[in-house]
Design a protein around this ligand. Structure first.
Ligand code: FE2
Ligand code: FE2
Length: 284
Protein backbone atom coordinates (compact mmCIF):
# COMPACT_ATOMS: atom_id res chain seq x y z
CA UNK A 1 0.00 0.00 0.00
CA UNK A 2 2.88 2.39 0.56
CA UNK A 3 3.53 2.16 -3.17
CA UNK A 4 0.36 4.22 -3.53
CA UNK A 5 2.06 7.18 -1.91
CA UNK A 6 4.91 7.14 -4.39
CA UNK A 7 2.65 7.06 -7.39
CA UNK A 8 0.41 10.00 -6.58
CA UNK A 9 -0.39 12.38 -9.39
CA UNK A 10 0.52 9.85 -12.03
CA UNK A 11 -2.10 8.81 -14.52
CA UNK A 12 -1.88 5.19 -13.44
CA UNK A 13 -4.36 3.73 -10.99
CA UNK A 14 -2.89 2.65 -7.67
CA UNK A 15 -3.71 -0.71 -6.11
CA UNK A 16 -5.20 0.20 -2.74
CA UNK A 17 -7.25 -2.97 -2.24
CA UNK A 18 -10.93 -2.33 -2.94
CA UNK A 19 -12.95 -5.23 -1.59
CA UNK A 20 -16.61 -5.84 -2.34
CA UNK A 21 -18.17 -7.11 0.88
CA UNK A 22 -21.62 -8.63 0.86
CA UNK A 23 -23.52 -7.59 3.95
CA UNK A 24 -27.04 -8.50 4.89
CA UNK A 25 -28.23 -6.14 7.57
CA UNK A 26 -31.57 -6.75 9.20
CA UNK A 27 -32.77 -3.75 11.16
CA UNK A 28 -35.35 -4.70 13.78
CA UNK A 29 -38.17 -2.39 14.83
CA UNK A 30 -36.94 -2.24 18.43
CA UNK A 31 -33.95 -0.09 17.41
CA UNK A 32 -34.57 3.27 19.13
CA UNK A 33 -36.00 6.07 16.95
CA UNK A 34 -33.07 8.35 17.75
CA UNK A 35 -30.21 5.95 17.21
CA UNK A 36 -27.40 8.52 17.01
CA UNK A 37 -26.46 9.63 20.54
CA UNK A 38 -30.17 9.61 21.53
CA UNK A 39 -30.37 12.79 19.47
CA UNK A 40 -33.12 13.56 16.95
CA UNK A 41 -31.12 16.09 14.90
CA UNK A 42 -28.03 13.90 14.47
CA UNK A 43 -30.16 10.84 13.72
CA UNK A 44 -32.19 12.70 11.09
CA UNK A 45 -29.00 14.13 9.58
CA UNK A 46 -27.67 10.60 8.96
CA UNK A 47 -31.14 9.44 7.90
CA UNK A 48 -31.26 12.27 5.35
CA UNK A 49 -27.90 11.13 3.96
CA UNK A 50 -29.02 7.50 3.93
CA UNK A 51 -32.21 8.45 2.05
CA UNK A 52 -30.14 10.01 -0.74
CA UNK A 53 -27.70 7.11 -1.11
CA UNK A 54 -29.66 4.56 -3.22
CA UNK A 55 -30.51 7.04 -5.99
CA UNK A 56 -27.25 8.97 -5.67
CA UNK A 57 -25.09 5.86 -5.81
CA UNK A 58 -27.02 4.56 -8.82
CA UNK A 59 -26.19 7.83 -10.56
CA UNK A 60 -22.50 7.59 -9.56
CA UNK A 61 -22.31 4.08 -11.03
CA UNK A 62 -23.97 5.20 -14.26
CA UNK A 63 -21.71 8.22 -14.68
CA UNK A 64 -18.60 6.02 -14.42
CA UNK A 65 -20.08 3.28 -16.63
CA UNK A 66 -20.55 5.88 -19.39
CA UNK A 67 -16.76 6.04 -19.74
CA UNK A 68 -15.81 2.49 -18.78
CA UNK A 69 -15.07 1.46 -22.40
CA UNK A 70 -12.50 4.24 -22.77
CA UNK A 71 -10.32 2.94 -19.93
CA UNK A 72 -7.48 0.63 -20.92
CA UNK A 73 -5.41 0.55 -17.69
CA UNK A 74 -6.10 -2.99 -16.32
CA UNK A 75 -5.73 -1.89 -12.68
CA UNK A 76 -8.25 0.93 -13.11
CA UNK A 77 -10.64 -1.39 -14.97
CA UNK A 78 -10.50 -3.77 -12.01
CA UNK A 79 -11.11 -0.87 -9.62
CA UNK A 80 -14.12 0.33 -11.61
CA UNK A 81 -15.71 -3.11 -11.23
CA UNK A 82 -15.01 -3.05 -7.49
CA UNK A 83 -16.34 0.53 -7.19
CA UNK A 84 -19.57 -0.51 -8.93
CA UNK A 85 -19.87 -3.58 -6.70
CA UNK A 86 -19.33 -1.58 -3.52
CA UNK A 87 -21.78 1.20 -4.42
CA UNK A 88 -24.45 -1.28 -5.50
CA UNK A 89 -24.21 -3.00 -2.11
CA UNK A 90 -24.36 0.31 -0.27
CA UNK A 91 -27.65 1.08 -2.01
CA UNK A 92 -29.08 -2.31 -1.06
CA UNK A 93 -28.12 -2.04 2.61
CA UNK A 94 -29.17 1.60 2.95
CA UNK A 95 -32.52 0.60 1.46
CA UNK A 96 -32.88 -1.69 4.49
CA UNK A 97 -32.06 1.18 6.87
CA UNK A 98 -34.37 3.53 4.96
CA UNK A 99 -37.17 0.92 5.26
CA UNK A 100 -36.68 0.85 9.03
CA UNK A 101 -37.08 4.63 9.22
CA UNK A 102 -40.17 4.45 6.97
CA UNK A 103 -41.70 1.83 9.26
CA UNK A 104 -41.09 4.22 12.14
CA UNK A 105 -43.14 6.84 10.28
CA UNK A 106 -40.44 9.22 9.03
CA UNK A 107 -40.95 10.76 5.55
CA UNK A 108 -37.96 9.08 3.90
CA UNK A 109 -40.01 8.35 0.77
CA UNK A 110 -40.43 12.06 0.12
CA UNK A 111 -36.63 12.52 0.04
CA UNK A 112 -36.18 9.46 -2.18
CA UNK A 113 -38.73 10.81 -4.68
CA UNK A 114 -37.02 14.22 -4.76
CA UNK A 115 -33.65 12.51 -5.36
CA UNK A 116 -35.08 10.46 -8.22
CA UNK A 117 -36.35 13.65 -9.88
CA UNK A 118 -33.03 15.45 -9.34
CA UNK A 119 -31.02 12.54 -10.77
CA UNK A 120 -33.28 12.42 -13.83
CA UNK A 121 -32.89 16.18 -14.30
CA UNK A 122 -29.10 15.85 -14.16
CA UNK A 123 -29.12 13.04 -16.74
CA UNK A 124 -31.35 15.11 -19.05
CA UNK A 125 -29.51 18.41 -18.69
CA UNK A 126 -25.84 17.72 -17.95
CA UNK A 127 -23.22 16.37 -20.34
CA UNK A 128 -21.72 13.00 -19.49
CA UNK A 129 -18.50 14.82 -18.61
CA UNK A 130 -20.32 17.04 -16.11
CA UNK A 131 -22.12 14.02 -14.64
CA UNK A 132 -18.75 12.32 -14.10
CA UNK A 133 -17.29 15.53 -12.64
CA UNK A 134 -20.26 15.62 -10.27
CA UNK A 135 -19.50 12.06 -9.16
CA UNK A 136 -15.85 12.97 -8.57
CA UNK A 137 -16.99 15.87 -6.37
CA UNK A 138 -19.60 13.80 -4.52
CA UNK A 139 -17.00 11.10 -3.88
CA UNK A 140 -14.67 13.71 -2.37
CA UNK A 141 -17.41 15.03 -0.08
CA UNK A 142 -18.26 11.44 0.88
CA UNK A 143 -14.60 10.62 1.48
CA UNK A 144 -13.96 13.58 3.80
CA UNK A 145 -17.18 12.88 5.70
CA UNK A 146 -16.12 9.23 6.00
CA UNK A 147 -12.81 10.55 7.30
CA UNK A 148 -14.65 12.50 9.98
CA UNK A 149 -16.01 9.24 11.39
CA UNK A 150 -12.78 7.30 10.80
CA UNK A 151 -10.00 9.73 11.75
CA UNK A 152 -11.19 13.13 12.95
CA UNK A 153 -13.88 12.00 15.41
CA UNK A 154 -13.85 8.17 15.63
CA UNK A 155 -15.71 8.37 18.95
CA UNK A 156 -18.83 9.37 16.98
CA UNK A 157 -19.36 5.83 15.62
CA UNK A 158 -19.51 4.60 19.21
CA UNK A 159 -22.41 6.99 19.86
CA UNK A 160 -24.58 5.07 17.40
CA UNK A 161 -26.88 2.36 18.71
CA UNK A 162 -24.87 -0.91 18.53
CA UNK A 163 -27.09 -2.29 15.71
CA UNK A 164 -26.22 0.71 13.51
CA UNK A 165 -22.46 0.90 14.03
CA UNK A 166 -21.44 -1.70 11.49
CA UNK A 167 -23.39 -0.37 8.48
CA UNK A 168 -21.89 3.09 8.94
CA UNK A 169 -18.37 1.79 9.67
CA UNK A 170 -18.57 -0.50 6.60
CA UNK A 171 -19.71 2.41 4.42
CA UNK A 172 -16.92 4.63 5.81
CA UNK A 173 -14.34 1.91 5.01
CA UNK A 174 -15.52 1.33 1.44
CA UNK A 175 -15.92 5.03 0.60
CA UNK A 176 -12.30 5.45 1.69
CA UNK A 177 -11.08 2.44 -0.28
CA UNK A 178 -12.66 3.59 -3.56
CA UNK A 179 -12.31 7.34 -3.10
CA UNK A 180 -9.95 7.79 -6.06
CA UNK A 181 -11.67 5.58 -8.64
CA UNK A 182 -14.05 8.12 -10.22
CA UNK A 183 -11.27 10.71 -9.97
CA UNK A 184 -8.77 8.52 -11.85
CA UNK A 185 -11.37 7.77 -14.55
CA UNK A 186 -12.07 11.50 -14.86
CA UNK A 187 -8.35 12.32 -15.13
CA UNK A 188 -7.86 9.75 -17.86
CA UNK A 189 -10.87 10.55 -20.03
CA UNK A 190 -12.01 14.12 -19.27
CA UNK A 191 -9.14 15.88 -17.46
CA UNK A 192 -10.86 19.28 -17.32
CA UNK A 193 -9.80 20.96 -14.09
CA UNK A 194 -12.08 23.96 -14.52
CA UNK A 195 -15.13 21.71 -14.86
CA UNK A 196 -14.08 19.65 -11.82
CA UNK A 197 -13.62 22.71 -9.62
CA UNK A 198 -16.68 24.66 -10.77
CA UNK A 199 -18.82 21.55 -10.34
CA UNK A 200 -17.58 21.26 -6.75
CA UNK A 201 -18.85 24.76 -5.98
CA UNK A 202 -22.25 23.91 -7.46
CA UNK A 203 -22.50 20.52 -5.76
CA UNK A 204 -21.50 21.97 -2.38
CA UNK A 205 -24.43 24.41 -2.52
CA UNK A 206 -26.82 21.68 -3.70
CA UNK A 207 -25.60 19.18 -1.10
CA UNK A 208 -25.81 21.57 1.86
CA UNK A 209 -29.27 22.80 0.80
CA UNK A 210 -30.62 19.31 0.11
CA UNK A 211 -29.27 17.90 3.38
CA UNK A 212 -30.66 20.83 5.39
CA UNK A 213 -34.10 20.56 3.77
CA UNK A 214 -34.25 16.77 4.17
CA UNK A 215 -33.07 16.83 7.78
CA UNK A 216 -35.70 19.46 8.61
CA UNK A 217 -38.46 17.50 6.88
CA UNK A 218 -37.54 14.42 8.89
CA UNK A 219 -37.31 16.39 12.14
CA UNK A 220 -40.79 17.81 11.59
CA UNK A 221 -42.10 14.26 11.94
CA UNK A 222 -40.64 14.09 15.47
CA UNK A 223 -41.72 15.98 18.57
CA UNK A 224 -38.26 17.54 18.91
CA UNK A 225 -38.47 20.73 16.83
CA UNK A 226 -38.78 22.85 19.98
CA UNK A 227 -35.90 21.14 21.79
CA UNK A 228 -33.39 24.02 22.04
CA UNK A 229 -30.75 21.84 23.71
CA UNK A 230 -30.79 19.65 20.62
CA UNK A 231 -30.31 22.69 18.34
CA UNK A 232 -27.43 24.02 20.46
CA UNK A 233 -25.71 20.65 20.45
CA UNK A 234 -26.29 20.41 16.68
CA UNK A 235 -24.78 23.87 16.14
CA UNK A 236 -21.66 22.76 18.02
CA UNK A 237 -21.54 19.45 16.15
CA UNK A 238 -21.53 21.14 12.74
CA UNK A 239 -20.14 24.62 13.33
CA UNK A 240 -18.29 24.54 16.66
CA UNK A 241 -14.54 24.87 17.20
CA UNK A 242 -14.22 21.09 17.08
CA UNK A 243 -17.18 20.71 14.74
CA UNK A 244 -17.47 18.86 11.45
CA UNK A 245 -17.10 21.90 9.19
CA UNK A 246 -13.87 23.13 10.84
CA UNK A 247 -12.42 19.64 10.85
CA UNK A 248 -13.20 18.96 7.21
CA UNK A 249 -12.55 22.37 5.67
CA UNK A 250 -8.79 22.01 4.91
CA UNK A 251 -9.28 18.73 3.07
CA UNK A 252 -12.39 20.02 1.34
CA UNK A 253 -10.36 22.99 0.04
CA UNK A 254 -7.52 20.75 -1.16
CA UNK A 255 -9.88 19.57 -3.90
CA UNK A 256 -9.57 22.97 -5.61
CA UNK A 257 -5.79 22.62 -6.04
CA UNK A 258 -4.68 22.07 -9.59
CA UNK A 259 -2.66 18.94 -8.77
CA UNK A 260 -5.05 17.45 -6.21
CA UNK A 261 -5.32 13.67 -5.90
CA UNK A 262 -7.58 11.90 -3.35
CA UNK A 263 -4.73 9.71 -2.08
CA UNK A 264 -2.71 12.72 -0.99
CA UNK A 265 -4.89 12.23 2.09
CA UNK A 266 -3.42 8.86 2.99
CA UNK A 267 -5.44 6.80 5.40
CA UNK A 268 -3.98 3.31 5.20
CA UNK A 269 -3.20 2.89 8.92
CA UNK A 270 -6.59 4.34 9.90
CA UNK A 271 -8.33 2.04 7.44
CA UNK A 272 -6.68 -1.00 8.99
CA UNK A 273 -7.65 0.16 12.47
CA UNK A 274 -11.33 0.71 11.66
CA UNK A 275 -11.50 -2.60 9.76
CA UNK A 276 -10.12 -4.49 12.77
CA UNK A 277 -12.59 -2.77 15.05
CA UNK A 278 -15.83 -3.17 13.08
CA UNK A 279 -15.40 -5.99 10.55
CA UNK A 280 -15.11 -9.74 11.09
CA UNK A 281 -11.74 -11.26 10.15
CA UNK A 282 -13.13 -12.68 6.87
CA UNK A 283 -14.56 -9.29 5.86
CA UNK A 284 -11.29 -7.37 6.09
FE1 FE2 B 1 -21.38 4.42 -1.13
FE1 FE2 C 1 -18.61 6.22 -3.16
Amino acid sequence: MTAAANKLNTMEAVDVGIKVRRMDFDFKDDIPDFWYDHDALLTMFLTALSATFPEGEKQFIQSVRNFQDQISDPELKKQIRAFIGQEAHHSKEHDALNDLMKRKGFPVLRIEKRMTKMAQWMRDNWSRERQLANTVCAEHITAIMADFFMTKAPEELEKLAPELRKIWAWHVIEETEHKAVAFDVYQQVVDDQWLRRSQMLLLTVLFVAETAVSTTQLLRATDQMGNWKMWLKGARYFLGRKGMVRKLLPEYLDFYKKDFHPWEHQRFAELNAIKSKYLEAGER
